[in-house]
Ligand binder design. Structure first.
Ligand SMILES: NC(=O)c1ccc[n+]([C@@H]2O[C@H](COP(=O)([O-])OP(=O)(O)OC[C@H]3O[C@@H](n4cnc5c(N)ncnc54)[C@H](O)[C@@H]3O)[C@@H](O)[C@H]2O)c1
Length: 391
């Protein structure tokens, strides 16, 4: 049985930076956002701003889960509560889109995998939405069709600069709040997930080097929202126990289409790269050609050939194939970007639910989210032991 997307109703847990990104994308899809949960003050303010009828303050997500007006839960709270909230949402029979990372430890995220696998369990997705940039889908199609030949290697980076100064503060800087891996866990996993998606194969082993440039950082006395500006005079020093940057080598497994088998990748991840706000860049190099992309120029990919001129292919023009139809809404020359990738991701998940699971599962599942957390643990072990480690 199929229903229309607007018949599905959403509830959002978390009102910080990314919560409203989910709300905006849902509203653009015509999905009704019926409930919001957060601190009492922020939940009320978010509800007033977006016209959300049900408000659950005091972080009372269990009360939101009891609401009969909500079918799909969006978990946009900090990392350390993702597993508890995911398990409770699944137990309440709600479909879930949980923010990345799925949890703080693989031991915990394995519980979500088990709950999401149960007979008649609701649909569960992890918000690795980079998969839904048309450019990423296009690169995936090029690889799967063999247009690039046998893939030889992959290279790239994810650079940000919002934690460049010792006085920049966010809960992610504390291992107890965000997890033991910060730069690699927070943004590196977006890079790894996007590359796995493009190749059609999982990363199986890693060799990593991690560095903390600012061993002493400064924090305000209270909590602050992501990207908020703080007065340095009100700050106190603390020892930073998460990495500012990392170099990661990865070995990918075999893809069903046969063009990827044992591919080597290297990625540089940094949250202290001055001038780079959100540059997720990657290049896939094969025996017939290569393709490169940067999230900061999301509408085009650069295809390289040895015997032919290189080409810049643009979204929504002849350069992008029919493989990405349905994942782009605006004509060529009308840029789509970060908010659109969220919209396309939620559309894919909601269509899967609304169609009675008849659409392909392109989104990251609980198992994919769990694998990313296992990779993070392998990265940490590798950095300590200076060896290749299997995930
Ligand atoms: N997919 C992406 O591109 C992307 C981008 C940014 C953040 N994220 C992820 O989203 C999550 C939130 O990040 P953020 O940058 O919005 O953080 P944030 O600090 O700006 O917001 C977190 C919000 O959660 C609320 N909160 C705290 N404890 C809670 C609880 N127990 N229950 C409910 N709400 C609670 C806070 O009050 C705050 O409103 C993180 O897991 C992060 O990794 C994903």
């Amino acid at each position: 049985m199929s229903i229309a997307l607007h018949q599905l109703r959403a509830g959002v847990i978390g009102t910080g930076f990314i919560g409203p990104v989910h709300i905006e994308a849902l509203k653009r899809l015509g999905v009704q956002v019926m409930a919001i949960c957060g601190s009492t003050r922020n939940a009320r303010a978010t509800a007033d701003r977006w016209g959300i009828p049900e408000v659950y303050g005091d972080y009372d997500f269990r009360a939101l889960l009891r609401s009969p007006s909500v079918d799909v839960i969006h978990i946009t709270s900090p990392n350390k509560v993702h597993v508890e909230q995911s398990l409770a949402a699944l137990a309440a029979g709600k479909h879930v889109i949980c923010e990345k990372p799925l949890g703080m430890t693989a031991k915990d995220t394995a519980k979500v995998v088990a709950a999401a696998k149960r007979k008649n369990a609701p649909v569960f997705a992890v918000n690795y939405m980079c998969r839904f940039f048309p450019a990423v889908l296009q690169m995936r199609a090029l690889v799967a069709r063999g247009d690039l030949g046998q893939i030889i290697h992959v290279q790239g980076h994810f650079f940000q600069d919002w934690l460049l100064h010792a006085t920049d503060y966010n809960w992610r800087l504390l291992a107890s709040e965000g997890g033991k891996l910060r730069a690699v866990g927070d943004i590196g996993t977006h890079w790894i997930d996007a590359v796995s998606f493009i190749l059609g194969a999982r990363a199986e082993s890693v060799f990593a080097h991690l560095e903390t440039f600012h061993r002493t950082r400064y924090r305000p006395k209270g909590e602050v929202q992501t990207f908020a500006k703080i007065d340095p005079k009100t700050m106190v020093p603390y020892r930073c126990d998460t990495e500012d940057l990392g170099s990661v080598l990865l070995k990918f497994g075999k893809a069903r289409h046969g063009f990827v088998d044992g591919v080597h990748a290297n990625a540089s991840i940094s949250q202290v790269a001055a001038g780079w706000k959100c540059s997720l860049a990657l290049g896939i190099y094969g025996t017939k050609g290569s393709v490169r992309w940067d999230l900061q120029q999301p509408n085009e990919i650069l295809v390289g050939r040895r015997e032919e001129p290189n080409q810049v292919l643009q979204r929504a023009t002849a350069g992008f194939s029919k493989d990405v139809a349905g994942f782009t809404d605006y004509p060529g020359g009308h840029p789509e970007g970060f908010p659109d990738s969220h919209k396309m991701h939620y559309r894919a998940v909601y269509e899967h639910i609304a169609s009675g699971r008849r659409t392909p599962v392109l989104f990251a599942t609980a198992e994919d989210g769990h694998h990313e957390v296992k990779l993070c643990e392998a990265v940490l072990r590798s950095s300590r032991s200076r060896r290749w480690v299997k995930a």
